[in-house]
Design a protein around this ligand. Structure first.
Ligand code: NDP
Length: 390
């Protein structure tokens, strides 16, 4: 039995992971589950899966979690230190599915114990790619990508020589506003942005899909995880969301990964790797699909892609600042303080002010420097938003 922990167990990826565990209960022993606000779900999953430990990120919810776990053998804990302890608890496989930069430290803790890290939390690599990859090498920990595009690239590269890769193309659905007139985007609401045409995901990543900040994060994640150069990484809009990524080789051939938009494929691939096992994913009926279409992304509609190129070139702490500014801009959009198109403007202005004050691109990437850049970027982004409002 493989000992596994699921960080972010109450979210969209966490629940899909739990679905796969329930379908194969003799293969996995659940060590720790973590969540945030949804302590009822956390407790009920921890009890039914026989977990050793359930942790809520919110210390004020510890009483509720204890009450929900009463009478069971599951231990309860709360707060950031407890999250890290959950990730450190001996396990062979840890799912990193917390949303946002909050996933970084627990992810590093799982790496430090040498566990295989199934990485859905793309912010980990965007904020601290060089640090995370170096720590994985130092501790002999394997990182397996769970983002569907990165799982697709990983699968296409299997048995291939990475030096023979000429380009990588990641696809984007185009999000909720793909076909909206450009002039309507400024008035788009958070509710409208949180509707995805193809994928069923958490609220934040769905809004990030509409703005393509999600794809921007994925471009940076591709650079950090696989080591490709920025000019080798392309994005194409693919409304059907069936081709997840394509890898192009020096001989002109391309290998595409195709499948239905169901995250249980990428999660299951990472759970059973290096084996392939049957998964509860529908077979594609290609004749019914009929055609696959691709188009170049319009940078006026998706300016976040332009910012991603600059971040990939700069590296250092620029990714940490970019991600933190993006998270705050998203918070302000969801709270109704800024409009949809303002998010990119806020991130760009924050990066420009911070780069003028701090040497982001040449700075060493340590946990301390990453957390500091993250903190400064959040402060600056809030100030930019205040100034725009005033
Ligand atoms: P959700 O919002 O659905 O779930 C997020 C999880 O993180 C929940 O368990 C939530 O707890 C927990 N959480 C929220 N805030 C904190 C915090 N500050 N500290 C600790 N835990 C916290 O997100 P998704 O499952 O959609 O996404 C998770 C990650 O996976 C993201 O990085 C996303 O980009 C990535 N990803 C997601 C995909 C998808 O299909 N959903 C696809 C590819 C990547 P609670 O809900 O109890 O508050």
């Amino acid at each position: 039995m493989k000992r596994i922990s699921i960080l972010g167990a109450t979210g969209s990826i966490g629940q899909s992971t739990i679905d796969l565990v329930r379908r194969d209960p003799t293969s996995f022993q659940v060590v720790a589950l973590t969540g945030g606000q949804n302590v009822a779900r956390l407790a009920s999953d921890a009890i039914s899966l026989g977990a050793e430990l359930a942790v809520t990120a919110d210390e004020s919810r510890l009483g509720d979690l204890r009450a929900a776990l009463e009478g069971s053998d599951v231990a309860a804990a709360a707060g950031e230190t407890a999250l890290i302890e959950a990730a450190e608890r001996p396990a062979q496989w840890v799912m990193s599915a917390i949303v946002g930069a909050a996933g970084l430290r627990p992810g590093l803790a799982a790496i430090a114990q040498g566990a295989t890290l199934a990485l859905a939390n793309k912010e980990t690599l965007v904020a601290a790619g060089p640090l995370v990859m170096a720590e994985a090498r130092r501790h002999g920990a394997r990182i397996l990508p769970v983002d569907s595009e990165h799982s697709a690239i990983f699968q296409a590269l299997r048995g291939e020589d990475a030096a023979a890769v000429s380009r990588v193309v990641i696809t984007a659905s185009g999000g909720a506003f793909r076909d909206w007139p450009l002039e309507d985007l400024a008035g788009a609401t958070p509710e409208q942005a949180a509707t995805h045409p193809n994928w069923d995901m958490g609220q934040r990543i769905t809004i990030d899909s509409a703005s393509m900040f999600n794809k921007a994060l994925e471009m940076i994640e591709t650079r950090e995880f696989f080591g490709f150069q920025p000019d080798q990484i392309e994005v194409v809009v693919h409304p059907e969301s069936l081709v997840h990524a394509l890898v192009g080789f020096c001989d002109g051939g391309m290998i595409a990964h195709v499948g239905p938009p169901d995250m249980r494929h990428a999660i299951g691939y990472a759970m059973y790797w290096p084996e392939r096992r049957a998964l509860p994913v529908d077979a594609l009926d290609l004749a019914a699909v009929g055609q696959l279409s691709f188009r170049a992304p319009d940078l006026r509609r998706y300016p976040a892609l332009r910012l991603a190129r600059a971040v990939m070139e700069a590296r250092g702490l620029t990714g940490a600042a970019f991600n933190a500014a993006k998270e705050r801009a998203l918070d302000h959009f969801v709270a109704g303080r800024i409009g949809f198109c303002d998010m990119c403007a806020v991130v760009e202005e924050t990066l420009s002010r911070l780069s003028a004050a701090e040497n982001l691109s040449d700075a060493a990437c340590t946990l301390e420097t990453v957390l500091r850049a993250d903190h400064l970027a959040r402060e600056r982004a809030d100030r930019v938003v205040e100034e725009r409002a005033g």
